[in-house]
Design a protein around this ligand. Structure first.
Ligand code: ADP
Ligand code: MG
Length: 257
């Protein structure tokens, strides 16, 4: 069997604030294979962002093991982790996190600036990424001149510009209306279908989770359920908001594995 992209065993994270300790994650064991599309659900405070920060190598667990592509993250030093974050993982956030004084294309080029990609290459790859999320016509606009949905598209273009194999998105539709949310989910489905990018996405909206192939639910830091999605929602991904239900009946067994 292929090595999973993500494998966590007995993962725990305890925050200590003076006298108080918070167990944000408790004994979480799961694995996610290449090409999966996983929604992480749970009420506020259930540990979703804590998990994403650990999966993204932005934070370390206080217990358990995290293997990324079969490699124990605990054995990587700061430089190795920085390299993994910039080459292997793309991040998308609820608030887009675009730099306000930079144009769309400049924002998308940023990860390549850090990665020392030559200028002409940067522009070409940046434009390609903007094109692939359908927003090349806004390349010279600043974030303040774009709608929320357009800003999130730019943020997604930025997240894929270094061709990551894993995309982590923490409530990427949390600030968007239904139509823009469905468009964004369509883009994620397309990245998953066409490029085989593994996706892990946090949401508290059941309608959004239905775009994924698998749903993990957390409560009080524990993984309480892990299920394949039935009646998966499908978006056409061209940005016209025509998301709908997929035609396959539930009794065909859904996604295997
Ligand atoms: P979610 O994303 O599901 O809302 P979080 O992972 O942000 O949940 O938080 C899980 C728990 O850990 C919460 O009780 C939260 O208050 C606590 N927590 C998160 N980050 C920190 C931190 N940096 N310091 C202390 N406690 C934290
Ligand atoms: Mg959160």
């Amino acid at each position: 069997m292929a090595v999973p992209v993500i494998e966590v065993v007995g993962l725990g994270k305890t925050y200590r604030l003076g006298e108080v300790t918070v167990e944000a994650l408790r004994d979480v064991t799961l694995s996610i294979g290449q090409g999966e599309f996983v929604a992480v659900m749970g009420s506020s405070g259930s540990g979703k962002s804590t998990l994403m920060n650990i999966l993204g190598c932005l934070d370390r667990p206080t217990a358990g093991i995290y293997r990324l592509d079969g490699k124990d993250v605990a054995e990587m030093d700061k430089d190795a982790l920085a390299l993994v974050r910039s080459r292997k993982i793309g991040f998308v956030f609820q608030m887009y996190n675009l730099l306000p004084r930079m144009s769309a294309i400049e924002n998308v080029e940023l990860p390549m600036v850090y990665d020392a990609v030559p200028g002409a290459d940067r522009r070409r790859r940046g434009r390609e990424a903007l094109g692939s999320v359908g927003i090349l016509d806004r390349e010279h606009h600043n974030p303040s001149q774009l709608s929320g949905g357009q800003q999130q598209r730019v943020a997604i273009a930025r997240s894929i510009v270094n061709s990551p194999s894993l995309l982590l998105a923490d409530e990427p539709t949390g600030n968007l209306d239904t139509a823009a949310s469905d468009d964004i989910m369509g883009i994620f489905q397309r990245l998953n279908d066409e490029r085989g990018i593994t996706l892990v996405l946090v949401t508290h909206e059941p309608d959004i989770a239905q775009f994924a192939k698998r749903i993990l639910r957390f409560r009080d830091g524990r993984l309480v359920s892990d299920e394949a999605v039935r009646d998966r929602r499908r978006a056409d991904g061209d940005g016209h908001g025509t998301a709908g239900k997929e035609g396959t009946p539930a009794e065909d067994g859904g996604e295997a594995g």
